[in-house]
Design a protein around this ligand. Structure first.
Ligand SMILES: Cc1cc2nc3c(=O)[nH]c(=O)nc-3n(C[C@H](O)[C@H](O)[C@H](O)COP(=O)(O)O)c2cc1C
Length: 302
């Protein structure tokens, strides 16, 4: 898309390093892949999250590690951990709407704590060796929260702000508020990456043509449904190649059929194929049945 920035959104439970690599190699068309958020567990960065950003896991895949934090201390600790793995780029999650995060002032909940956000921004300012972006919603309860957050993050250099036009309390459903999106967009001095409900290339093109401070788009569920959407490869072939990678990794690294099937079912959960084929794949409770169902799904194409 001629230099227009296209990001694969972070999706916890779906876009792990294996999936991102499979997509990058076999589907393509994405400028950067964001990792699901890295967080602290019992005071230290979760080991599984850290493995997901290990250099050899991400080799050849343009990756942006993302962290979620409630204040400057947590943010600094996560920055250190990410830097130790060799990264100089980091995205701050200010959009996660899940109550477990928002109630403690993380994700979209952080927009309700401007003083803590100011602390995080000061920490970013101290780390001139790193480049940062912020992924956010309009706010948690109302768009004034998001507006204040934008004014705070205007003070530091950022590569861009990813903006999703819903409030935290709406989760992933309900109407998008494009009026509030425009207000925040106009107040923001950083380039904006639009995120929300993009399902086809025509919509990407509309955002590209809009120009102004729109630098690009970030796509999540739309790409999980049609991983082939941007690269121009034949859909069934792209799916087969990506599935082979995820399957190979799962059978080699996970223990027991149920763990393996759970990872493989996540691969198919959003995929846009025929209803009957999809149901057979998702219903399979043994690997043998699963293999049969996948063979049928891929033989029929999309
Ligand atoms: C299952 C699931 C997991 C998600 N995990 C993350 C995450 O780790 N970090 C984040 O910033 N956003 C996360 N998101 C939000 C997505 O990145 C994206 O903003 C959202 O799905 C809207 O974009 P879309 O309509 O293109 O899917 C998640 C969304 C879903 C549905």
């Amino acid at each position: 898309m001629n230099g227009f920035y296209i990001a694969f959104a972070p999706l916890q439970g779906y876009t792990d390093s294996v999936y991102r690599r499979a997509h990058c190699i076999h589907a393509g068309g994405v400028t950067e892949y964001y990792t699901p958020f890295i967080h602290l567990e019992g005071g230290s960065p979760r080991r599984k999250d850290m493995r997901d950003i290990a250099a050899d896991e991400c080799k050849g895949v343009p990756t942006v590690p993302q962290v979620i934090a409630k204040d400057r201390d947590e943010f600094a600790q996560l920055c250190d951990a990410v830097e130790e793995k060799g990264w100089k780029r980091l995205d701050l999650n200010m959009g996660c709407p899940f109550p477990m995060q928002t109630k403690s002032g993380r994700g979209s909940g952080l927009t309700q704590h401007p003083d803590r956000l100011k602390g995080i921004v000061r920490e970013m300012g101290h780390r001139s060796e790193m480049t940062f972006s912020v992924k956010m919603r309009l706010g948690q309860e109302n768009a004034d929260e998001g507006l204040e957050a934008i004014r705070i993050i205007n003070d530091i250099p950022l590569t861009h702000v990813v903006l999703h036009p819903r409030l935290g309390r709406q989760m992933y459903k309900g109407m998008v508020d494009m009026e509030a999106f425009e207000r925040l967009c106009n107040a923001c001095q950083h380039p904006i990456v639009y995120n929300g409900d993009i399902t086809d290339t025509e919509e990407i093109e509309r955002w590209r043509l809009r120009g102004g401070n729109i630098k690009g788009v970030m796509i999540g569920r739309g790409l999980l449904a049609q991983p082939w959407m941007l690269g121009g490869g034949e859909p069934t072939e792209v799916l087969r190649l990506m599935h082979d990678e995820v399957y190979h990794h799962a059978t080699l690294n996970l223990c027991g059929e149920s763990q393996i099937l759970s990872r493989l079912h996540a691969f198919w959960e959003y995929i846009a194929i025929g209803h009957k084929e999809h149901k057979a794949v998702m219903k399979a409770t043994t690997l043998r049945r699963y293999d049969e169902a996948v063979a049928k799904a891929l033989a029929r194409g999309n």
